[in-house]
Write a protein that binds this ligand. Structure first.
Ligand code: PLP
Length: 395
């Protein structure tokens, strides 16, 4: 039966099922082979070499392209590989307009390649109309959007920024890692390309590092595919197989992530020991109305600011039982992270200050455990951390 007209959770579950002609296997086979025989001399089959093409990787690429409503996708060996592919569409002298508070690895890659003359980059607060106007006056060739941003969950208007970009002929990329196509469809909002760290929600089980680029039109999709083969950035078949398995539960997982995140955001918001809570689902969040308009949900990431006393942050992060102190996000398990010393350590002190990444900022990737357990755990760690911080100050 065709899956064209069904809901995307159904499409994610059904992706590639029953495609095996030989045995009628329900789940698509995993093709680990690095090479494929030619039918005869000069007559290759559909696949010849796994760096260039592989059936398992293509099944995942087709599923991602379908969910993002694109014309084609390339699956890469990491999210950073996907972002590296994006950079190949820029030439020396081209200007990249990037957000001032994007993922630290993205910031570092753009800054390093720009320093070597591969292109120019300007980092801008994309919610500052004046700064945007100045940057657009320089005629950017590419606009990079990351919304919600990592780690402060700021929201950027994809449709408005895409319109501005189109007016100067710039390509628009959106890093959709934080929401996945289950909760946000950038190509429908005017973007040209979407990138993912599939390491996060798309795989969802913290056991694969991978990425993807999805293009709105087939010419861009072909160009990205060529670069991916040329640079050797394509994803491994086994990783693709695992990611496809994770993808099948995307909708169910995200509903649970979001339900838990909402409870936690409300708990933190009502606690006067917390200086600020950043969760787009809270009516008090600066981007709440925009998020409600352009997203199908608010996602599972919450960040908040504790007293930036080191004792307070350390005691909190080290005394949680159900939040592992680790980087990454989007897995079924809850994680706690200190962006300043972990995910965003690559930023200079000045870049952190400009992006608003303080020493007291904590980021939670809220998992799918029982929400009551997570709330109780946060409450006990908060109680300990504030007692310790008060004692340290008194001492
Ligand atoms: N984009 C975002 C928003 C991320 O958070 C990350 C990693 O944390 C990346 C891209 C890079 O992905 P990867 O670690 O899979 O290379």
């Amino acid at each position: 039966m065709s899956t064209l007209n069904c809901h995307e959770s159904t499409r994610a579950v059904r992706a590639g099922l029953e495609s095996d002609q030989q045995h009628g296997a329900v789940v698509p086979a995993l093709h680990l082979s690095s090479n494929f025989t030619f039918e005869r001399l000069g007559v290759p089959r559909q696949y010849d070499y796994t760096r260039s093409g592989n059936p398992t990787r293509d099944t995942l690429a087709d599923a991602l392209s379908d969910l993002e409503e694109g014309a084609g996708a390339s699956v890469t060996c990491s999210g950073m590989a996907a972002i590296t592919l994006a950079c190949q569409l820029l030439n020396p002298g081209d200007l990249l307009l990037a957000p001032h508070d994007c993922y630290g690895g993205t910031y570092r890659l753009f800054q390093t390649l720009a320093a070597r003359g591969q292109f120019d980059v300007v980092f801008v607060n994309q919610n500052d109309a004046g700064a945007l106007q100045t940057a657009f006056a320089r005629g950017p060739a590419m606009v990079w959007i990351e919304t919600p941003s990592n780690p402060l969950l700021r929201i950027v208007d994809i449709a408005a920024l895409s319109r501005q970009a189109k007016a100067v002929g710039a390509l628009v990329f959106v890093d959709n890692t934080f929401l996945s196509p289950a909760l946000q469809k950038p190509l429908q909002l005017g973007a040209d390309l979407v990138v993912h760290s599939t390491t996060k929600y798309l795989n969802g089980h913290s056991d694969v590092v991978g990425g993807a680029v999805v293009a709105k039109d087939s010419a861009l999709a072909a160009s990205i595919r060529d670069w991916s083969n040329c640079l050797g950035l394509t994803g491994a078949p086994f990783d693709s197989f695992l990611t496809l398995r994770g993808l099948r539960t995307l909708g169910a997982r995200l509903r649970c992530h979001e339900e838990n995140a909402r409870c936690i955001a409300l708990l933190l918001d009502g606690d006067d020991r917390i200086r600020a809570v950043h969760y787009p689902g809270l009516a008090s969040h600066e981007g709440h109305a925009l998020a409600a308009r352009q997203q199908a949900g608010f996602g599972g990431m919450v960040s908040f600011e504790l007293d930036d006393n080191q004792v307070c942050v350390r005691t909190f992060a080290e005394n949680l039982n159900f939040f592992s102190l680790a980087e990454s996000l989007g897995g079924v398990e809850s994680l706690v992270c200190h962006p300043s010393t972990m995910t965003h350590a690559a930023l200079s002190d000045e870049a952190k200050r400009v992006a608003g990444i303080t020493e007291g900022l904590i980021r939670l990737s809220v998992g799918i455990e029982c929400g009551d357990d997570l709330v109780a755990d946060l409450q006990q760690a908060l109680a300990l951390s504030t007692v310790n911080a008060t004692q340290a100050r008194a001492g």
